[in-house]
Design a binder for this molecule. Structure first.
Ligand SMILES: CC(C)(COP(=O)(O)OP(=O)(O)OC[C@H]1O[C@@H](n2cnc3c(N)ncnc32)[C@H](O)[C@@H]1OP(=O)(O)O)[C@@H](O)C(=O)NCCC(=O)NCCS
Length: 185
């Protein structure tokens, strides 16, 4: 895996278009191999708006992973940033992570053009470190089938599954927990 020279920074209001577009792409393209498309879209629909992201993410600890816009990025990650304007500073947003102030990792998404390059793992480590610096020591998440290995590598352990019935299909997530003192593998 080639390490991408990306920057991780705190989500700002002018990232909202890029983050909402990335979320839509990750749901429509990135997650379709893990979940039935119809159920996925039904589950994601209430979140597919800029207002949702603006209202929800400004008060939480949300971080974006960005690379400079331009030809090199378009060539390396074809389609990344599509459907949304660029993030703050004109950069392309390749991923984002949201962690609540009770230690729950609520969102972790990478643009489908840039998956399996370590972006989600680096965002997750960054978000956990930030939360730890505010005194949070235990973490939880409801991981998708695709994100489970990312959380496992950060030291999270599975604690059981949750099945949600959506649009005639069942969406499986795994409750995972990271206890104090556990380290990334
Ligand atoms: C899950 C997700 C966040 C991973 O992002 P990422 O930047 O690719 O993650 P990393 O590069 O840090 O880690 C990649 C690991 O995740 C797993 N993984 C990610 N995408 C995968 C895929 N399409 N098929 C199989 N495994 C996959 C693998 O274990 C992979 O490790 P490997 O490449 O060494 O085999 C991203 O695929 C995504 O946004 N998916 C759609 C939405 C989703 O499921 N979000 C999680 C909600 S909690």
């Amino acid at each position: 895996m080639t390490r991408i020279p990306m920057q991780i920074s705190r989500f700002r209001a002018d990232d909202v278009t890029a983050v909402a577009a990335l979320y839509g792409r990750a749901v429509r393209i990135g997650a379709r191999q893990a979940y039935p498309r119809k159920a996925l879209l039904a589950w994601a629909r209430p979140r597919l708006s800029m207002r949702f992201f603006r209202n929800r993410m400004l008060p939480t600890w949300t971080f974006v992973a960005t690379v400079p816009g331009g030809g090199a990025t378009r060539q390396r990650f074809p389609g990344a940033g599509q459907g949304g304007s660029l993030g703050h500073g004109g950069e392309v947003v390749l991923g984002f992570a949201e962690i609540m102030q009770d230690g729950h990792v609520r969102m972790l998404f990478t643009d489908p053009a840039a998956t399996r390059s370590g972006i989600a793992s680096r965002l997750l480590v960054h978000a956990l470190d930030h939360a730890r610096s505010h005194g949070i020591t235990s973490f939880t998440t409801d991981a998708s089938r695709l994100s489970r290995p990312v959380f496992a590598r950060a030291g999270f352990r599975p604690m059981g599954h949750r099945l949600r019935a959506v649009a005639g299909a069942r969406l499986l997530t795994t409750r995972m927990v990271l206890r104090p003192g556990r380290h990334a593998v």
